[in-house]
Design a protein around this ligand. Structure first.
Ligand code: F6R
Length: 242
């Protein structure tokens, strides 16, 4: 695992943008796996800036998002679909028929999961997967205890994750209790993984993921076995690594 230590969230975001932009520059038809949440917001702003200023080209790219809440329509203000459009897709030249999300409204979640996996395969697999990390070291919505080999599936959110995500909703009661998420098996098949972590509340998860035992109790710990992971931390998130 390559670790890039940065001082600030701003620097972390710039380093991450360079890596993703480099991937697109080398392979314009890259398949990107993308994440939502607070962590990648400024990274996406940097990608928009690179599109506007140096012509970073998304026209041949495809993206698959990690996850989506169950029960929220695509246009719900809190849906991950909406998040991605507001933060990135509406501001760059990615084709709207080249962006994919697991459908949180699917009447048959198992079938939806199979179709999402099949779509990723049909696109040629994920070239570069972007990840944030939960305070409990979850990746995607794969909570502690989840099997390392699982592919896309419906998950029940842990209370700690509901509380962490309540900041985006009027109250914790409004946070959906379930989501559709790529599994750790899906994530692990990506050719390159870029994991971002910012803030003191992520420091223990980062330490356990990077230096601790490889165990499903620490979902991100599986990344120690992946041949191409770049972890970018800011000063606070990386504080327990040395
Ligand atoms: C988001 C996702 C989650 C987040 C994680 C960190 O698509 O799958 O695993 O990356 O919960 O969230 P933030 O960045 O809000 O701290």
């Amino acid at each position: 695992m390559r670790i890039i230590f940065t001082d600030t969230y701003k620097k972390m975001s710039e380093e991450a943008a360079k890596i993703i932009a480099g991937q697109l520059w080398i392979k314009p038809d890259s398949v990107l796996g993308l994440a939502t949440g607070s962590t990648p917001v400024e990274l996406y702003q940097n990608l928009v800036w690179l599109y506007q200023t140096v012509g970073l080209d998304f026209s041949q790219a495809t993206s698959f998002n990690l996850d989506e809440y169950v029960g929220l329509p695509a246009d719900d203000p809190q849906s991950y679909h909406r998040f991605m459009h507001e933060n990135l897709f509406d501001h760059v030249n990615i084709r709207k028929d080249h962006v994919f999300f697991p459908n949180g409204l699917a009447s048959d979640p198992a079938r939806e999961a199979e179709e999402y996996e099949a779509a990723i395969m049909a696109a040629g697999g994920i070239d570069m997967q972007l990840l944030g990390i939960g305070r409990n070291a979850h990746i995607g919505f794969n909570e502690p205890g989840e099997s390392f080999t699982r592919t896309t599936h419906k998950v029940a959110l842990k209370e700690s994750t509901i509380e962490a995500n309540a900041r985006f909703f009027a109250s914790a009661a409004e946070v959906p209790r379930e989501a559709m998420s790529m599994g750790i098996g899906t994530i692990f098949r990506a050719r390159h993984i870029v994991l971002l972590a910012s803030g003191a509340e992520k420091a223990e998860a980062v330490r356990d993921a990077v230096k601790g035992a490889i165990t499903p109790q620490v979902p991100a710990s599986i990344l120690q076995l992946h041949p191409s992971v770049t972890l970018i931390v800011d000063h606070e998130a990386g504080a327990l690594l040395s």
